[in-house]
Structure formats: C-alpha cells, structure tokens
Design a protein around this ligand. Structure first.
Ligand SMILES: *Cc1c(COP(=O)(O)O)cnc(C)c1O
Length: 438
C-alpha cells in the first residue's frame, strides 16, 4: 500500500472538528464554545478570561498520533505553548509526552501527570546544574543537548548519580523556514543547536563516555511554519547523520523532529488541520524512509492555539480625530503576541450589534503604544460593556502573560462538553505582592 494512502486513511479516522470551537448558530446569534455560553462564562468568572475547548485540544493531539500510527512514535507536547496544569493533565491522559524547556516546566509535568515523567524530553540552550539534576532524578526520556559544554556537564552530573543519561544532540540543520524572525531557529546564525557538521564527531566522543547513552537526534527549525518542505529538508539532514552514525557503530533509537507546524490565524476555509498534519507527517516520514527509529514530535501551537480564546470587555470607546479606539479590559500583559510579533488575531463580538463595519484600533489599558490587539480593524458597532473574543489565543497567550503594570493575570476555564471547569483562578493583588519585602 502506498504511504500516502495509509496517511490519508489514518487521518480520516481522526475526529472531524471545525478548526475553531468558537461558533455562532447564526449571524445574529451569540458566540459559544461548543454548548457553553461565553456570556455566561464571563458573568461567572469575570474578564479578561481565557477559555479553552478540551475536545479541540484532544482532537489536535489525535491528528498527530494517528498520522504517525504506522511507526513507533511519541508526541511530546511543547509545554511552553500553554503550560496550565489542567491542559497538561488532559494531554497526558491521552498518552502525550512533553517537551520542556525549564526545570519549572518539569515541575508542572510532574504535578499534572507524575507518570508522564518517562515521556519527557528536555530542550533548551541554557540548562542549569539544578535543572539537570532534577531531570536525572525524574528519569526523563532524554535530554536534547544544545552544546558540547552542556553534554560534558550532563555526563558529570550523571556520573555523580551513577546513572546513565540518555541524550539527543539538538542539531542545527541550516535550513531556512519562512516565519517571523523571532521564531525562526534553524539557521547557523541562530543560537539554537549544534552545527550538524560537528555532530558526528561529538556523538563518537560521547559514545566513549560511561555515563552517556546516545538516544537520538533532535531538530527544531522554528515556529508558525506553514509548509511541510522545511521540516522534510531538516529531517532529511538528520536522517543522513543517523545513517552515518550507524556506520560508526552508534545506533540511535529516536529522531525528534521538533515542533513548529503553523496554524492559519485567518482561518480561511481552505485551512484543514487534518490535511496539514497529514502533509507534515508525510514529509517527515519520506525523509526517514527505511530508518528503524522512534519518531518524536514536539508540537505546541498546533495543538492548543485554536482551542483557546481570550474574552475581554469593552471599557471605553474613544475618538481622537479620525481614529476610534476601543479600550478593552485585556492588555498586552495578558496576550503579548500582537505587540511582540505584530501577530494577527481575529476578534469577534460575542453578541454582534447590527450596523456598518468601521475601522477601529482595539487597545488595552497598559501605558505603551505597543499595547494593541488590532489596528484599523473593521468591526461592527461596539459599546462599552460589550464582550469580545480574541480568537486563536490558546498558544503563547497565557503562557507569555505577565504582571506588567501590576495587573493580575486572567483566570482560565476548560470547557468539556456542556461543563466548564475553572483550571486557574484569577490572580489577586495579594498574589502579586506576596514575594515582596519592605
Ligand atoms: C517552542 C518549541 C517547540 C514548539 O513549537 P510550536 O511552534 O509551538 O509547535 C518545540 N520544540 C522546541 C525545542 C521549542 O523550542
């Protein structure tokens, strides 16, 4: 059977869901999250409020798991995309592994799903001694090592515990991926990974160490990458390295293709998440053809972004000359992507008012001109008190939030069918002041 047929069949059995869980029954009907009223959630839990749909998150994880069903695999969700315990627990229950980039994220996985420790890979260019020790103690699956110095430190810490450490070198494949410069990582000029031309030598040296077990090779070329080709190109370079190492007598058991698959923030009707994952998996598989390895993936954004929205209330409508500003109770500290990456987020009134569309700037209360969610966005008429949903905010939303301007961070709610569960309460000013000493 042709591989493409197999991929198509396995994704066809994935749950079919619209790419966003937020929808309205008709043009004048209020927006809901599945069966749950967003107005009701805002009334119960206040705003700003992050709302996530559990079914959408599970369905996205399933897409990856099913697309890889023909080969041993582990989907290691990238915790940094959204690290709330309730979301980690949901994913762990479905068999996900986790890609972590700090000791803090390891503690989150251990708190949410202690039995998932053996499914954790630890990425990141600056792991501290304490972080390495804790990960060795937890007996994680593998360290994705980003420098020779780190590998030396890992061997030394493993020796102290008299326990071998499994590692993969994170190689830099020197592959260009079209995305925002801040989230592109796969070129030699970036700080990430080890030059792939040095990797063979380093594996051979490490293979002689009593305390290191070469486990695999990992690669991560960036984030919000919309086409499959760069992933295929990167994994093809990794596969060549795996074959070379096999000749050297160093058999590797895994290839970790990283994360980075992008979503369509404009949600054009042609965007089909299942087809995207199938195309992506096919490109990676083609590059691995004939290699007997476990495939690890580290998707973050693709799993959680479209499952989440940030609900915010309009506080004021302000007119300065020709410009109209819609001031909301959410701000850049709650969702920084527009300010940081000039990212586009679709914004919809939960209960649309009839009337003509007109361009407005949607801005938060923080004292920065960069505190905006949208500029010159055509919106229907809005009034103070109206509820807006900022869509596709499930990834790098709450996870990148801060307390800038001493603003308590939003609460988070997970919707499962007809029920909504508070998975993180709203912060209080007392929470913010607690660590401070006078
Ligand atoms: C950020 C990151 C990911 C996840 O990237 P997404 O674009 O959210 O899929 C995966 N692996 C590593 C090493 C990362 O740094």
């Amino acid at each position: 059977m042709a591989k493409s047929t197999r991929t198509a069949r396995s994704t066809a059995s994935a749950p079919q869901l619209p790419s966003r869980p937020f929808a309205a029954a008709g043009p004048a009907a209020p927006l809901t999250c599945g069966q749950v009223s967003l107005d009701g959630l805002a009334a119960d839990f206040g705003t700003p409020l992050y709302v996530y749909d559990a079914a959408q998150i599970s369905a996205r994880l399933s897409l990856f798991q099913l697309a890889l069903a023909h080969r041993p695999h582990l989907v290691c969700y990238a915790v940094k995309a959204s690290s709330t315990l309730g979301i980690l627990r949901l994913l762990a229950a479905q068999g996900a592994g986790f890609d972590i980039v700090s000791g803090g994220e390891l503690e989150r996985v251990l708190a949410a799903a202690p039995s998932a420790a053996g499914r954790v890979v630890f990425s990141g260019a600056g792991k501290s001694v304490q972080e390495i020790d804790r990960a060795l103690e937890a007996n994680i699956l593998a360290f994705n090592v980003e420098s020779e110095d780190e590998l030396e430190l890992l061997a030394a810490r493993a020796a102290r515990r008299r326990r071998k450490a499994r590692f993969s070198l994170r190689v830099n494949p020197d592959v260009f991926a079209e995305t925002h410069p801040y989230i592109s990582t796969g070129l030699r000029e970036h700080k990430f990974g080890i030059d792939i031309r040095q990797a063979r030598r380093i594996y051979n040296q490490a293979a002689a160490s009593k305390w290191l077990t070469p486990h695999g090779v990992s690669v991560h070329i960036g984030s919000q990458i919309r086409t499959a080709e760069p992933f295929g190109a990167a994994v093809a370079r990794v596969a060549r390295l795996v074959r070379d190492l096999a000749k050297d007598g160093i058999p590797l058991t895994s290839v970790d293709a990283g994360g980075g698959l992008g979503i369509d923030y404009h949600a054009s009707p042609s965007f089909d998440p299942a087809a995207k994952v199938a195309e992506y998996a096919a490109a990676v598989e083609a590059a691995l053809k004939g290699l007997d390895v476990t495939l690890l993936l580290e998707p973050g954004r693709f799993i959680v972004a479209q499952a989440g929205a940030l609900l915010t209330r309009v506080l004021y409508i302000k007119r300065n000359g020709k410009k109209t500003f819609v001031v909301t109770d959410a701000a850049m500290n709650d969702l920084i992507r527009p300010a940081l990456y000039q990212a586009f987020h679709e914004i919809v009134p939960v209960t649309p008012r009839p009337g003509k569309l007109a361009p407005v700037d949607i801005v938060g209360p923080v004292c920065e001109s960069g505190d905006f969610f949208a500029r010159d966005r055509k919106m229907p008429p809005l009034e103070p008190g109206d509820l807006l949903a900022i869509l596709d905010a499930g990834a790098y939303g709450m996870a990148q939030s801060s307390n800038y301007n001493t603003r308590p961070r939003p609460a988070e709610v997970l919707v499962e069918g007809a029920t909504a569960q508070l998975i993180r309460r709203r912060e209080t000013i007392a929470d913010l002041l607690a660590p401070e000493l006078l």
